[in-house]
Design a protein around this ligand. Structure first.
Ligand SMILES: Nc1ncnc2c1ncn2[C@@H]1O[C@H](COP(=O)(O)OP(=O)(O)O)[C@@H](O)[C@H]1O
Ligand SMILES: O=P(O)(O)O[C@H]1O[C@H](CO)[C@@H](O[C@H]2O[C@H](CO)[C@@H](O)[C@H](O)[C@H]2O)[C@H](O)[C@H]1O
Length: 464
């Protein structure tokens, strides 16, 4: 590996969005075809190919390079290290390399190039048809637990840079653009994107691959997770009250969120393909859930006592004799993916499960999978403030009551909003809820071990 590659191999595992945590990097190779953004020698957009045992992942990295001593104070936190200057910089002195997502002087160019529909080296910057993109806005990186890196430009746009790259158009861009064609009020409008050709190792073909998406920044937005957590906190202040009587009841919002979810599902079914999953298809789906369960039990042995009950729920799905309607869905639906604006609920991040190949995420699925995701999220919101306090029975009872009330409100809103009635599809819903809980056990084990008790306690309660 070159010195720059060595630096990146040390830096990447410390990033929130690095997917291969816990396993050593064998090699890291910078894909030389995509390195340069001609005209701006200090800025380069890299695709880093990372090999860890049998897995190979590709990550997007926006690198800045400055002379030693020339890094301003506000960029010191973004420094990755020092290495010899690359040949094209034609400098005998080493350079300081840093994460240029934090460098507003550099990221301003990305916005300008989108506005100008420019090809910069191998990279294509595009404005959505009929869109006038405002330039000259300063960017700031959104902080938080994210799978990607998002920059907010002024109070106008969000540029979401996809970090782990899968060949193909990112479903976030695909679905948001499709929903924009029917003027869905429940999305942040897309204004442009950045893409590059990448070779798909599975097919050997070169495919345009989304690097970033530009969309409206919703100024009045409050995260659904924050709103729900505030409501739970209010209830915990007086756990003897019913959730409907405590200040900050969330049920009205949960019902409106259910209706917004149904509207988005209806629009997705209108503009993108739909189909049915045969009983054989459902048996295959059940088998993938069982396989995930196996992986989870191997990684998290505490799950073993519940494996049989979980397995039975997947088996029930696999033994069905009726077709299941399927369509494009959100795919990773939870309270952190929805924001409440002054005009109503908006859904974000249609990327699907970030750890799954894009080709898988593009497959049609039951909308009940999204419903199950949100129901699990209500359970999370109710339980996460209990971590380390489960010895307080009043709080545990209050948590259950809060999750149940909002679950019912969400499902009622979803059905009244035109979605299929979750109560009438218990076998499918249960399988999706259990599968999501198993996914969460793995997710927490890999990213937030201190929260693993949340899905484990849910599974104990669900299967008890
Ligand atoms: N268009 C937007 N307007 C306002 N806030 C946004 C917008 N897009 C994202 N956010 C904020 O950033 C957070 C993360 O965005 P998201 O698209 O879910 O990224 P990731 O895939 O990295 O998790 C959201 O929960 C929301 O709080
Ligand atoms: O980063 P993304 O928003 O794409 O999603 C990933 O991270 C989420 C956590 O931030 C994770 O969601 C899990 O935690 C949520 C609370 O933080 C909870 O509401 C969800 O139910 C739970 O699955 C999501 O699964 C993951 O893909």
């Amino acid at each position: 590996m070159t010195q720059l590659e060595e630096l990146l191999a040390t830096w990447l595992p410390a990033q929130r969005w690095f997917a291969g945590k816990g396993t050593a990097i064998d090699t890291l190779r910078i894909d030389a075809d995509h390195i340069l953004l001609p005209g701006l020698p200090g800025l380069r957009l890299l695709v880093a190919e990372v090999v860890q045992g049998s897995r190979t992942d590709r990550y997007q990295v926006l690198l800045g390079m400055r002379a030693v001593g020339a890094v301003p104070d506000e960029l010191v936190h973004a420094v990755i290290g020092t290495c010899p200057a690359p040949a094209d910089l034609d400098s005998p002195a080493p350079v300081v390399v840093y994460d240029a997502a934090h460098d507003a002087a550099m990221t301003g160019h990305l916005l300008s190039w989108i506005a100008e529909n420019r090809d910069v080296g191998a990279v294509r910057f595009r404005a959505a048809p009929g869109t006038e993109v405002r330039t000259g806005l300063r960017s700031l990186v959104i902080t938080g637990e994210q799978s990607n890196t998002s920059l907010v430009y002024g109070e106008e746009y969000v540029l979401k840079m996809f970090r782990r790259l899968w060949p193909g158009t990112n479903p976030d861009l695909e679905l948001t653009s499709a929903l924009a064609t029917v003027d869905s009020p429940h999305i942040a409008r897309p204004h442009g994107w950045i893409d590059v050709d990448l070779v798909d190792p599975a097919s050997g073909r070169t495919v345009p691959t989304t690097l970033a998406m530009l969309q409206t920044y919703l100024r009045s937005a409050t995260d659904g997770w924050v709103l729900a957590a505030t409501s739970v906190r209010d209830l915990y202040a007086s756990p003897e009250l019913a959730p409907s009587e405590a200040g900050g009841d969330f049920a009205g919002e949960a019902q409106r969120l259910g209706a917004a979810t149904a509207a988005v599902h209806r629009d997705l079914a209108r503009v993108l393909p739909t189909g049915v999953l045969s009983p054989e298809g459902q048996a295959h789906l059940a088998a993938t859930m069982m396989a995930r369960l196996h992986t989870a039990v191997d990684e998290v042995p505490e799950l073993a006592p519940y494996a049989e009950t979980l397995y039975s729920a997947f088996e029930a799905l696999g033994n069905t004799s009726t077709d299941l309607p399927v369509q494009r869905i959100h795919g990773d639906y939870h309270l952190g993916q929805v924001v409440r604006t002054d005009a109503g609920w908006v859904l974000l991040d249609f990327e699907g499960e970030p750890a799954v190949p894009v080709s898988e995420r593009q497959k049609l699925s039951s909308p009940l999978r999204d419903v199950a995701g949100m129901l699990r999220s209500f359970d999370y919101a109710a339980r996460y403030q209990l971590v380390g306090r489960t010895d307080n029975p009043a709080l545990v009872t209050a948590a259950r009551a809060w999750a149940q009330r909002n679950r019912e409100a969400f499902c009622a809103g979803y059905t009244r909003g035109g979605g299929i009635d979750p109560d009438l599809h218990q076998v499918v819903l249960r399988a999706f809820e259990y599968d999501k809980a198993v996914y969460e056990v793995l997710y927490e084990a890999r990213h937030r071990p201190h929260w693993i008790s949340i899905p484990l306690d849910s599974i104990t309660a669900l299967t008890g």
